[in-house]
Design a protein around this ligand. Structure first.
Ligand code: B12
Length: 265
């Protein structure tokens, strides 16, 4: 994964000027210059910057943080971050023991039913697994395998809820946001409520708008996990509403909650 300085700034809330200054003074990041002259940062640079930002917000001094060095800054800060149940789940994922994972999730699903399973149980587990990845307990491959597992587990759960009715409701992520799980969980809930919907995941804006041009859709749900500029959200809404058959555009997801807490969207 490659990031421009503006991406790092958007993702961490630390200004580009500050990142540049830290790089000039301490040389802690390892950007590579592309053929186009731009400097590209990698996932470690992102995690490093995030760790620095977190420590600064907790009151640590910058000079002390820098002295720790990148290896230490990228290490897990605390082992007691996860409770026993979550450690168990992390170990299951590390071992790629998908049948055990399936049994665990199946028991939860049977106990709670679709809505609480998605909103309370699964959402927490997804976030926990993301945290375990960012602390170095899970590899990118293990996190991806977990994501694929969830898609297949949920697809099986909704198989009997799908009908041949024309879908009036389209569910997608905000264009180019790769976080498709939240949107898919929202889609599962709609089917559970017997609403004929279609899920198209993450698409570039051009293809999303092309799909919405179909006169079938009356409602469009867009899921943001990575927060976006409010202006960008409003512009997309206006573009979609130009299709007069669309009566409602709904935004939701972790990123949208974050943006709407900070603005009056
Ligand atoms: C899983 C995950 C990933 C997976 C995504 C897998 C997938 N296919 O979906 C992968 C590994 C691909 C990934 C990649 C990245 N991720 Co990521 N990821 C996460 C994680 C752990 C969970 C996000 C998630 O799936 N949430 C979805 C569900 C579980 O929650 P939800 O959005 O609230 O959705 C619920 C409801 O709100 C509702 N809902 C959802 N949508 C909608 C829509 C409507 C209309 C309605 C009504 C309701 C609704 O339904 C859901 C169920 O109840 C978060 C951590 C976190 N704290 O959230 C980071 C996180 C979102 N990622 C982050 C980042 C930065 C990235 C990357 C950019 C960088 C990276 N870490 O390498 C890359 C993206 C690469 C790119 N091309 O841009 C950051 C975002 C930073 C920020 N600015 O806030 C987070 C917060 C992690 C962090 N703390 O740094 N990520």
């Amino acid at each position: 994964m490659q990031y421009l300085i503006k991406d790092l700034s958007r993702l961490t809330g630390i200004s580009g000027a500050r990142i540049r200054k830290w790089q000039e003074r301490f040389g802690i990041f390892s950007p590579q210059q592309g053929d186009n002259g731009y400097w590209y940062y990698d996932s470690d640079d992102y995690l490093l910057l995030r760790s620095i930002g977190k420590r600064l917000s907790e009151g640590e001094k910058l000079s002390h943080i820098i002295q720790l060095g990148s290896t230490k800054l990228l290490q897990s800060p605390d082992e007691d971050k996860f409770n026993a149940e979550n450690w168990e789940l992390i170990k299951i994922i590390q071992k790629n023991s998908l049948h055990t994972l399936r049994r665990t999730f199946e028991a939860q699903f049977q106990n709670s039913g679709m809505k609480p399973f998605l909103k309370d149980y699964l959402r927490q587990k997804i976030i926990m697994v993301g945290e375990a990845w960012s602390l170095g307990h899970l590899s990118v491959a293990e996190e991806h395998s977990f994501t694929r597992f969830i898609f297949s587990f949920l697809s099986e759960k909704i198989a009997d809820l799908q009908t041949d009715d024309t879908p009036r409701w389209l569910v997608a992520t905000f264009p180019d946001d790769p976080h498709e799980l939240g949107a898919f969980m929202h889609y599962c809930l709609l089917l559970h409520k017997k609403i004929p919907a279609k899920y198209c995941g993450s698409l570039p804006e051009k293809y999303l708008i092309k799909e919405i041009a179909s006169p079938n859709y009356q409602v469009v749900s867009l899921s943001l996990v990575v927060p976006q500029e409010p202006q960008k959200i409003l512009e997309l809404k206006q573009t979609i509403m130009k299709h007069l058959h669309v009566r409602k555009v709904i935004f939701g997801g972790y990123g949208y909650t974050k943006v709407s807490q900070q603005t009056d969207l």
